[in-house]
Unconditional design. Structure first.
Length: 384
């Protein structure tokens, strides 16, 4: 029994196994269709809701599983083995759901959580801006209040599920600003079709096709006073409140993609004969397999070390940053070398390897680049 396996309860195993079944029965058959059509997988996400994959950390009173973050990572890793795009869509939805759970009023929780857990509503968080990145001191999107409603103006870049979401968590500066701060706050904004002045232009990417993101523009978008999530000025704290979980979740997605690629390489190396023997008997291939195995197992242990700490209420930024960059780089390494093991066949588009390879790349960029993660880990280690 591995260290990871020994840390799992029966509940963890049950959720992991249910996620594996969902991935095999629902995601795997649709993965190539989603990829080739670059199609947002709404029906798959609805089925994820039906199977309890969208409310793993949401209490049962709102229709969730009432489980912990380790269960979430176990589940999203299994989904990522079938489709990185579906896993990242679930990730974006989950980290729009949790702020409503953690900071919403009773009325907001009752209005949104059950439908989000069921997959009837998809969520997105919009923080990043074209000229400000994710810096709270430089955000230019504003929400002007007249005492009865807010009028939102500004632009947002990226944001998983942006545009196709039914509810967007938009981080903006409240105007007039409070005397004691910057006024950065979170506002609940319905989807593009439900709100005048809200437009969206989708970006196309080399991988994670079917995962939707792009540029959102707000021009006089009006929402009611009760659209404010949490307190005025609490926006960045809300957005960053799940950052350790989000980075660790990205690590779990990376290990899922890597594991799928590794399994493909092992199967091929054992079955494919060249020069009268299986290619897995050649030392050059064995070296690649050993390196892939070591990187994958090492990354998984770092991801679950962070996940267990978070589940135990001991979130650790050093652990989450370390897990994120190690797992995303393992994903790139394993997917690239799985192609290498396959030789010329690995470059063909009728195998999933090239999809795994392209999907893996984005993980070293989103959620804070790996260079930033290394700086964070080093600063923590050095006490800077």
């Amino acid at each position: 029994m591995t260290l990871i396996e020994s840390a799992l309860s029966e509940e963890h195993r049950e959720i992991r196994d249910r996620a594996a079944t969902f991935a095999a029965d629902v995601v795997e058959p649709e993965a190539e269709h989603i990829e080739r059509n670059d199609e947002f997988p709404r029906e798959v996400i609805e089925e994820a809701g039906d199977r309890g994959m969208l409310g793993i950390m949401v209490p049962e009173e709102y229709g969730g599983e009432g489980s912990d973050f380790l269960s979430y990572c176990l589940a999203v890793e299994r989904v990522a083995e079938a489709s990185g795009a579906v896993a990242e869509t679930i990730q974006g939805h989950t980290f729009a759901t949790l702020p409503i759970l953690n900071f919403g009023t009773d009325e907001q929780r009752e209005a949104y959580l059950e439908s989000m857990v069921r997959g009837e509503r998809v969520g997105a968080m919009l923080l990043t801006e074209p000229g400000a990145g994710s810096s709270p001191t430089e955000l230019e999107t504003v929400a002007e209040t007249d005492g009865e409603s807010y009028s939102i103006d500004g632009e947002k870049s990226f944001g998983t599920n942006a545009g196709v979401a039914d509810i967007h968590l938009v981080i903006a500066r409240k105007r007039p600003a409070p005397e004691d701060g910057h006024g950065v706050s979170v506002f609940l904004v319905p989807g593009v079709d439900d709100r005048d002045g809200f437009t969206f232009e989708r970006e196309e990417f080399m991988g994670m096709r079917g995962h939707v993101t792009g540029d959102s523009t707000f021009e006089g978008v009006r929402v009611s006073e009760d659209a404010l999530l949490g307190e005025v000025g609490g926006g960045f704290r809300i957005a960053m409140g799940t950052i350790d979980m989000a980075r660790t979740g990205l690590g779990a997605i990376g290990t899922g993609i890597a594991r799928a690629a590794f399994d493909e390489a092992i199967d091929y190396a054992g079955a494919r004969e060249q020069g009268g023997q299986a290619v897995g008997q050649y030392q050059a291939v064995q070296v690649l397999v050993a390196d892939m195995d070591a990187q994958l197992v090492g990354a998984r242990h770092l991801v679950y070390d962070s996940a267990i700490a978070i589940a135990n209420g001991e979130a650790n930024t050093r652990k989450s940053s370390r897990a994120k960059f190690a797992a995303s780089e393992a994903a790139e390494f394993v997917t690239r070398n799985a192609i290498q093991v396959h030789g010329g066949k690995g470059y063909r588009t009728d195998l999933p390897l090239e999809r795994f390879y392209r999907d893996a790349k984005i993980l070293s960029i989103i959620g804070g680049t790996n260079e930033i993660q290394r700086t964070t880990v080093a600063s923590e280690a050095l006490g800077l």
